[in-house]
Design a protein around this ligand. Structure first.
Ligand code: UD1
Length: 373
């Protein structure tokens, strides 16, 4: 079997690392599975891309399309054209896409147009906000997919509500191309379990740990809804600066956010601004921080995996089970709610939460399902 994996943005490298490792393990056990990796180039800075391939030992992509920048339509269109040519040449048995980025969308449409079976890892997530680019990307991708690998029970429920079959095969009257919904768990939990044992900090994070005495809050911001709205971004940075009077705030800044933060002269105060950090550095920061403040989907879950409270800098989240469990609080882009949320969530013990994201073997399940097709 030949699997063609499409990646392009930072969170996809983490997810693909898990499944690639599972493919390699199954091949060693005698299953004949070849993986071809295509990197669209959406994320291209060394600390947004290369460092993940190195640290997580992801096989080198066979195709690097070097497509980034431009409007969403232009970026996606260029990817679609190139991906179609690569897929037509490689003739894979299945195309594998992850998450909800423009690279995911382009991979999904290219596969569907060539009538190639498509598998979507992290299917079924919904924010119920169609003004988010990620929501459009995930909804279209799910519609095109034969395999919808869900990380959570909530994702399965979302798909069932849209007319997809359940994992037991019930319902599904309205779906396209015989979709199979499978609850496999979250590959990001697999990644944390596997890599946390060996993650060591680089020089920047080592210095952060030393200078803060290991007492700090960890913040990240990159969503368009926050970075592209000056009122929201100012409120968030204001909230972080207020928290930084109580505890050091460490803020690895995504390039999108950096451009705007620098332009607007924000975060010049107590907040400790860093370049984007690699996966190992992030695992160390998660392990040592007092709390996470973020608008990232992945980091909300990683906070939970490390038993850390999360204050989410959005008005809603796809990971609703974390809010229900009392370990994640939505603070929007409201300075008062961010500061209050931080104080409330770090003031006492976190409630014990159930295992919401599977058992750390999601990657193996994905590969087993594909191999049994
Ligand atoms: C993308 C995804 C988002 C995901 C995020 C993870 C879409 C629509 N959005 O958003 O869902 O959560 O990745 O990080 O696909 N840039 C650099 N260097 C890089 C990468 C980006 O300078 O290595 C710059 C780009 O040139 C652009 C900006 O950052 O100006 C935004 O990059 P883009 O890929 O458009 O989207 P993200 O904000 O990263």
């Amino acid at each position: 079997m030949k699997v063609l994996t499409v990646v392009g943005a930072r969170p996809q490298f983490v997810k693909a690392a898990v499944v690639s490792r599972a493919i390699a393990a199954m091949s060693r056990e005698g299953a004949a599975i070849d993986e071809i990796i295509v990197h669209t180039g959406q994320h291209y800075d060394a600390n947004m891309s290369e460092v993940f391939f190195e640290e997580m030992r992801i096989p080198r992509p066979q195709h690097n399309l070097d497509i980034h920048e431009g409007t969403h339509g232009a970026m996606t269109g260029r990817m679609l054209e190139r991906l179609e040519a690569v897929m037509a040449g490689e003739k894979p048995d299945v195309v594998l896409v992850y998450g909800d980025t423009n690279s995911t969308l382009a991979g999904a449409i290219a596969a569907a147009k060539l009538d190639l079976p498509l598998a979507h890892v992290e299917a079924g997530l919904r924010s119920f906000r169609r003004d988010m680019p990620e929501e459009i990307n995930r909804m279209v991708t799910d519609q095109m997919s034969q395999w919808l690998f869900c990380p959570t029970a909530t994702a399965v429920v979302n798909l069932a509500a849209e007319g997809f079959p359940t994992p037991e095969g019930e319902g599904g009257a309205r779906t396209f191309r015989g979709s199979r919904v499978r609850l496999v768990g979250d590959v990001m939990l697999d990644a944390v379990r596997y890599y946390r044992k060996t993650a060591t900090p680089g020089p920047v994070v080592t210095e952060v740990l030393r200078s803060t005495g290991g007492r700090f809050a960890l913040a990240t911001v990159h969503r368009a809804e926050n970075t592209d709205d000056p009122v929201r971004l100012e409120a968030i940075v204001g909230g972080l600066e207020q928290i930084a009077r109580e505890i050091p705030v460490v803020f690895p800044v995504h390039p999108r956010t950096r451009k705007i933060v620098v332009q607007r002269g924000l975060a010049t105060g107590a907040v400790r601004v860093l370049e984007p950090v690699g996966y190992f550095d992030m695992l160390v920061l998660l392990d040592r921080c007092a709390a996470v403040l973020t608008d990232s989907g992945g980091l909300q879950k990683e906070a939970f995996f490390f038993g850390k409270p999360c204050i989410t800098l959005r008005d809603e989240t796809e990971w609703t089970e974390l809010v229900a469990a009392g370990v994640n609080r939505l603070a929007g882009a409201d300075r008062g709610r961010i500061v209050d949320g931080f104080r409330a969530m770090t003031g006492g013990e976190l409630p014990l939460a159930p295992a919401l994201y599977g058992d750390g073997h999601a990657g193996e399940r994905v590969v087993a399902e594909l191999a049994a097709r």
